[in-house]
Ligand binder design. Structure first.
Ligand code: SF4
Length: 184
């Protein structure tokens, strides 16, 4: 958000994986057209980005026979316990819906570490969570105020840990640090 960036093993792995899929290319397999590196946006939600892959499946909607549009995101790691990846996928779905005037009901991930594809429903619950994140990010952008960082398990593999120093803002650790500093 403030332009900070740092590389680590995980971001490097991600770059290598995305070099393979960010190719602005497409191919057709049967009734599915696979488009890579599609640039997407939403004027309604103020989003811009790029999909690793969008699949356009001809005439396969069970109810109408209409085309199915499905974003597919490639991840170097494995499925996460939290909703962060799914919210990213949902944001892609919102962009595609606005751009193509379709309803995106599902997206998918391919996790390289477990070499598995998993399908995600873009349902009302996920959309509501994505809207909360979009609102929170818009608030940060409009107020130009970054939230305080808080240490969690995911910080251990985050390339920005040495920049953002989330442990330094742990109130208990800060208290004991100050006590050690000033008490004899
Ligand atoms: S709070 Fe943790 S995960 Fe978030 S940027 Fe800082 S180190 Fe990374």
């Amino acid at each position: 958000m403030d332009g900070a960036w740092a590389e680590n093993l995980f971001t490097a792995r991600g770059h290598i994986l995305h070099e393979k899929v960010d190719g602005d290319t497409y191919q057709t397999r049967g009734t599915t057209r696979i488009v890579r590196g599609l640039r997407i946006h939403s004027f309604i939600y103020g989003l811009v980005g790029r999909c690793d892959v969008v699949e356009f499946v001809e005439g396969s909607s069970a109810s109408s026979g209409a085309q199915i549009v499905r974003p597919v995101e490639f991840k170097a790691g494995k499925p996460k316990d939290d909703l962060s990846d799914k919210i990213q996928l949902c944001a892609q779905a919102l962009c595609l819906e606005e751009m193509l005037h379709v309803e995106v009901k599902q997206g998918a991930f391919f996790y390289a570490k477990v070499r598995r594809r998993s399908v995600v429903d873009i349902d009302a619950h996920l959309r509501a969570e994505a809207f909360k994140v979009i609102d929170a990010v818009r608030e940060i952008v409009s107020t130009k105020t970054l939230p305080m960082s808080a240490f969690s398990e995911k910080c251990r593999s985050c390339s920005l840990e040495s920049v953002c120093m989330p442990k330094a803002l742990n109130p208990r650790k800060l208290h004991s640090y100050l006590r050690e500093l000033y008490e004899p």
